[in-house]
Design a protein around this ligand. Structure first.
Ligand code: LLP
Length: 423
């Protein structure tokens, strides 16, 4: 479900005509709908029982300040994976006491920063991290609340590169090590080990794998308690998928969320823990589009290469995960003839392809098209490859829009490099 629709034959973000934004900002540009973000957050928070339980939005999905402040106003916490994300979430007004810090490679500096700002919880992923964190916190006279991230050996997700919960993945401590490390953590001076965390993958649309991972986590909680260890939190991660294809409109919108919440409540029934959730894609995925202009139509044999001004450096998901994004022309096609197009960007790699042989209504040079469902892992994964400046981001609310990140200038792009002057 999202708020991008045709009104009088022109694509709108909420009540704003996309053409109006493009006239002001140019292309390519990311456009976000605050109404969609708010709707998804509220549905999810309500389903999982906030405020008894807590929702920490996964900042990595979209860290634009416009997105983060929209969520901060709704009372969202943040799941962060670097000092940069902590600082950005703080800049958006999210209290560190409402943040969880995950990740396999937290540096000493990052841990010290997190402890110093009073982060709500650190999700520890290894014995080495546990020892380092305890030393850092103890040396500043603190005892940091932590949970232990367990790898349940249940992998899931829309692509091998985004599966995290299998034992072949780098994340978390192994199932067999969990109890020993939990007991060890409970005797360290600088940490207070009060629970467990799990996250098995992303773009998950079937609940079975999540359920078996959560059932395993429940058994670890019970086993720890039977040894007299204290467990009061269970962080269940993120990972719920969104519909990328219109063929199944709203197929896993509110229904999937409701089914997920019911499953979680069933599996954790009577466990008496505070549950934590870290949704990213679910909140912002369908809340963003990438609008790009068709530059050239190059016919090569039976191929129609539509070259657009956005590229893999702006949205890497198709190149990296063979991800599917719907393509909607900004002017609503009416009885248009369709052709098969390869929609490609200007970057000098054949992998810079958004889609191959996609049947689309006829598109001409100068037309604007939107890559849909680009709100999650779009702008946050972008780069300046081929020395292409980072593109603008715009947020819409009702009939207003604001540039929440201006397009990077060439001065900014080049300005941070230093040419060496050798003596
Ligand atoms: N929690 C942890 C510990 C995570 O590693 C992730 C995502 C999340 C929460 C949020 O997952 P979500 O609810 O968004 O599925 N770049 C990939 C997705 C990578 C996901 C990484 N971890 C993509 O574009 O599909």
């Amino acid at each position: 479900m999202h708020h991008f629709n045709y009104i009088s034959g022109i694509l709108h973000a909420e009540n704003v005509d996309i053409n109006t934004i493009i006239k002001a900002v140019g292309t390519p540009v990311y456009i976000y709908s605050s109404a969609t973000i708010e709707r998804h957050f509220k549905i999810f928070a309500n389903a999982v029982g906030v405020p008894k339980n807590r929702v920490f939005y996964a900042t990595k999905a979209n860290a634009n300040l416009g997105v983060l402040t929209t969520l901060a106003r709704l009372g969202a916490g943040a799941d962060v994976v670097s000092e940069g994300e902590i600082r950005k979430a703080q800049a958006a007004g999210i209290d560190p006491n409402n943040m969880v810090f995950s990740g396999v490679g937290k540096t000493a500096r990052e841990l010290a920063y997190a402890v110093s700002v009073g982060i709500y919880q650190i999700n520890v992923e290894s014995e080495g991290e546990l020892e380092l964190l305890s030393e850092i916190a103890a040396s500043s006279g603190k005892r940091q609340d932590i949970v232990l991230r367990v790898n349940p050996d249940v992998g899931a997700g829309g692509h091998a590169k985004i599966t995290t919960g299998s034992s072949a993945n780098k994340f978390g401590v192994s199932f067999s090590e969990a109890e020993r490390l939990y007991a060890k953590a409970s005797n360290l001076a600088g940490v207070r080990c009060i629970g467990l965390a799990v996250h098995i993958g992303s773009q998950i649309t079937e609940l079975d794998a999540l359920e078996s991972a959560f059932v395993k986590m429940r058994s670890v909680v019970e086993s720890l308690r039977s040894q007299g260890l204290h467990v009061e939190r269970l962080d269940l991660g993120g990972g719920l998928g969104i519909p990328y294809e219109q063929q199944a409109p709203f197929a896993h919108g509110p229904d999937l969320i409701e089914a997920y919440a019911a499953m979680v409540m069933r599996v954790t029934d009577g466990l008496d823990v505070e549950l934590g959730f870290e949704p990213g894609r679910l909140i912002v995925g369908n809340a963003g589009i990438l609008v790009t202009e068709a530059l050239y139509l190059n016919k090569r044999g039976n191929k129609n290469f539509l070259v657009v001004d956005a590229a893999m450096n702006d949205l890497v998901r198709p190149a990296m995960y063979e991800a599917y994004h719907e393509i909607w022309p900004v002017i609503e096609p009416v009885n248009a003839t369709c052709h098969a197009y390869d929609v490609v960007g200007p970057v000098c790699e054949s992998g810079d392809t958004f889609t191959s042989d996609r049947n689309l209504p006829e598109i001409a040079k100068g037309d604007l098209i939107a890559l849909m469902s680009a709100g999650a892992y779009g702008a946050t994964m972008s780069s300046t490859y081929n020395q292409r400046p980072l593109i603008a981001e715009v947020m819409v609310k009702g009939d207003q829009f604001v540039i929440t990140r201006p397009r990077q200038t060439y001065e900014e792009l080049i300005g941070t490099d230093v040419a060496p002057i050798w003596v």
